[in-house]
Design a protein around this ligand. Structure first.
Ligand code: SAH
Length: 299
């Protein structure tokens, strides 16, 4: 490297199967400066790319080696295909741009989701999020599907429960659409912290609870559950109980678990009113049988 040049950064990028994204993110987060970013492909067949930036100093080589070793171990576990560790050096001024480019604003339904540094826009219901693990794995197809559903519902004055809130994005979207009582729950303390910060950043009032189904009480007009089928199915009875003449939107269900998920929810007296699939991901909307003829807030 030429002396006098601006300090340089190293970008470490790993192509990863969706199932391995979390594990790869954890590895890169140990060495990355300011967290990690995940490029989520629009085409479900393409791999995700997890990226981190490392300062180019005397420890950089050691950090890259640690990443390579840990990714090697992950491969040995056979946790879905994980690509080679791609390493490239980038100039300081490019780094900031490269980093920010990971979080470009996105429009989903009526919502305009942007990082705090990008310019505000007049149109759309704005949601401001900053990076961190929560945004890093952020706009996953399942999150998009839920945002689209929230965008279509009439929520003014309604009560909403967001189970598995992550960054809080769905709870914030509901509050911005006029829901007056919004509870967001997550078992992960990091998610709870991110959701509290993001609610404040968006000037909305959300009650954030650390915990799961046993930590919340019922009577909701809308329950959002962007959780995997393996969490939804065993909690089907609880999900049905939480609704009071309300609507349940479940997502994060991989296509081959759709049947079992529907069966479990229908067995609890719920009726399927809408279904959406993006790639391998299915979103289901259900309402209790007893409100089929009236009070329907789902489209
Ligand atoms: N709602 C967000 C995040 C979805 S990721 C979005 O749509 O983008 C799923 C979240 O559910 C994670 O934050 C995870 O910590 C949480 N979670 C997983 N199992 C849970 C459970 N049994 N109860 C509550 N939260 C759970």
């Amino acid at each position: 490297m030429r002396s006098g040049a601006s300090p340089r950064w190293i970008e470490v990028a790993v192509e990863s199967h969706p199932e391995a994204v979390e594990a790869v993110s954890e590895i890169l987060d140990r060495v990355g400066y300011g967290g990690i970013a995940v490029d989520v492909p629009t085409d479900a067949e393409r791999p995700h790319v997890v990226k981190a930036y490392i300062e180019y100093d005397h420890r950089a080589r050691f950090k890259v080696r640690r990443v390579k070793e840990a990714i090697g171990h992950l491969r040995a576990f056979g946790l879905g295909p994980v690509g080679e560790v791609a390493v490239r050096r980038i100039a300081d001024e490019d780094w900031l741009e490269a980093w920010k480019a990971q979080f470009s604003p996105v429009r989903i339904g009526p919502f305009y989701i942007r990082p705090s540094w990008s310019a505000a826009r007049e149109d759309g219901i704005e949601i401001v999020l900053d990076p961190g693990m929560a945004f890093g794995t952020g706009l996953h197809p399942t999150t998009r599907q839920c945002l689209e559903a929230v965008g279509e519902l009439e929520l003014a004055g309604r009560s909403v429960l967001d189970m598995g809130t992550g960054s809080g994005i769905l709870a914030i979207a509901a509050a911005k659409k006029g829901a007056t009582q919004v509870i967001a729950a997550d078992i992960d303390p990091l998610a709870v912290r991110a959701a509290v910060d993001n609610a404040r950043r968006n000037n909305v009032t959300i009650e954030v609870v650390e915990g799961s189904f046993d930590a919340v009480s019922g009577g909701c007009d809308l329950v959002l559950a962007n959780l995997v089928a393996d969490v939804i199915v065993p909690n089907a009875a609880r999900l049905a109980e939480l609704l009071d003449h309300g609507t349940l939107v479940c997502a994060g269900i991989v296509a081959d678990k759709e049947r079992a998920t529907i069966d479990a929810l229908v067995a609890q007296g719920l009726h399927l009113t809408d279904r959406d699939q993006q790639g391998d991901w299915v979103r289901l909307t259900l309402v209790p049988e007893y409100i089929l003829d009236h009070d329907l807030i789902a489209p």
